[in-house]
Design a protein around this ligand. Sequence first.
Ligand SMILES: C[S@@+](CC[C@H](N)C(=O)[O-])C[C@H]1O[C@@H](n2cnc3c(N)ncnc32)[C@H](O)[C@@H]1O
Length: 281
Amino acid sequence: MNNLEVINYGSKILKLNNIDSYNLDSELLLAKVLNTTRENLLINLENDIKLNIFNNFLKLLERRIKKEPIAYIFNKKEFWKYKFKVNKDVLIPRPETEIIVNETLKLTNAKSRKNFLDVGTGSGCIILSILKERSNCKGTAIDICKKALKVAISNAKMHHLENKIKFVNIDIDKFNHYKYDFIVSNPPYINNVDLKRLGSNVRLYEPLVALKAGVDGLSEIKKLILKSKKLLKKNGKLVIEIGHQQIKFITYLLKKNGFYVNKICNDIQLHPRVIISTNIS
Ligand SMILES: C[S@@+](CC[C@H](N)C(=O)[O-])C[C@H]1O[C@@H](n2cnc3c(N)ncnc32)[C@H](O)[C@@H]1O
C-alpha cells in the first residue's frame, strides 16, 4: 500500500467510529509513524509503506478510535506561539485560554518588570507563554497536582525559562507567599452535572482535578478570588478564565471583594470567557 491508500483506509475506519476529524487525524497519525510532517506526507502520497510502519499506524488508529485526543497521542500541543509537552496529567491547552495571554501582554510591554502568579498551571502554557515574551518578568506557578507540575517544569526547561519561574505544589487555599502584580489562572470550572455531559475524549482522558469544581462549578474560582485579594498588590491585576454561564456571579463576587472589573472578553463563540479585574481595595 502507498501513503494515500493508508490515509484513506485510516480515514474510513475513523469515520466509521464517529471521529469527526477523520481525514486530518488519519494524515497526522501516518505522518507521526513516518516521523515526518503532514505537509511532507502530502507531497509524497505515492510512496510505499513498509509493514512495520503500517502496524504502528494501526496501533495509533486503535488509540484514536477509543477517543484518545491527538495531543495525548503526540505528547504535544501548540498554544499561543509555542509547543508544549502534554500528557494525561495535564489539561490539553485550549485556544480560548490564549485570550489570557493576549490580554496580559496588552497590559504590559517589553520592558515591564512584573511578578506573575499562575494558579493551576497544568502544562505551564499560560505563564510560560507570557514569560517568553516578557523577558524582564518573573513568575511563580502553583498546582495542586504534583504530576502536572512535573510537566510544567519540563516545559519551562524546554523553553529555557527555568531560571525565571518557581514551581510550588500546593492548593491555592494554602498559598501565602509574596505580593504579585498579576495573577493569571484558568481554574477548573465545570459543575458536577456538566461533567457527566462532557464528550468522552475529555471525560475519559483529561484529568478530573483540572475540570471539576463542585455542584455549582465555582468552588475553585471562589477560592481563587478570595486568595487573590490577599496575594495581589494594590492595583494588581487578576486575569481569569471562567465558564460562560458564570459571568454574573463572578462579576458580583469580584466587586464584593474589592475588585474593579476592567474588561470581559468573549471567546470565538461569543461567550464571556476571560475577565480582567484590578485589586482596588
Ligand atoms: C483547567 S486546568 C488549567 C491548566 C492550564 N493552566 C491550562 O490553562 O491549560 C486547572 C489546573 O488547576 C489545578 N488545580 C485544581 N484545583 C486547584 C487548587 N485548589 N489549587 C491549585 N491548583 C489547582 C489542576 O491540577 C489543573 O492543573
